[in-house]
Design a protein around this ligand. Structure first.
Ligand code: CA
Ligand code: CA
Length: 150
């Protein structure tokens, strides 16, 4: 039989460390400071490396659509309910994502009372959807996602 030999090499990328190594071709030793690497941006897309990993994006380029999205703001029963979603990497079990909010961008962001409701896949991107309830009258609210290596 005549044919081509196709050799597939599968490299499991199951952690931020492995994703970083795959993207940079750099072997990280046991003493690697992952927390320092987490805030870097090896692909220069303006998104920190750990967020690229946690959102299921690439450390080798931009990731259109993988952003925190506010879907709705509704007043119900004495509060304002903000529905939002953020991208998830289903295999990133080494990182914890936290919805954080701040009212005027002068102080530190703090964890918001985010209630996860469902996950959904939109355009090939897995999102965690949920709500945050704010008291009325509502101050301004700015949201972001904080990521922490476990
Ligand atoms: Ca990046
Ligand atoms: Ca990226």
């Amino acid at each position: 039989m005549v044919g081509n030999d196709l050799v597939l090499t599968y490299v499991e990328v199951g952690s931020f460390e492995a994703a970083y190594e795959a993207a940079t071709g750099q072997e990280l030793g046991p003493g690697a400071d992952l927390d320092a690497l987490a805030v870097g941006d090896v692909d220069g897309d303006g998104v920190a490396d750990l967020i690229d990993w946690a959102f299921g994006g690439s450390l080798g380029g931009s990731d259109p659509g993988r952003v925190l999205q506010i879907l709705a703001v509704e007043e119900t029963g004495g509060s304002k309910v903000v529905t939002l979603r953020y991208p998830l990497n289903p295999v990133a079990t080494d990182v914890t994502l936290t919805v954080e909010s701040e009212d005027d961008l002068t102080g530190p962001f703090a964890a918001a009372a985010f209630i996860p409701t469902s996950t959904e896949t939109v355009g090939g991107i897995v999102f965690q959807r949920g709500t945050v309830s704010l008291p009325l009258p509502t101050p301004n609210a700015f949201f972001r996602i904080g990521a922490t290596l476990d």
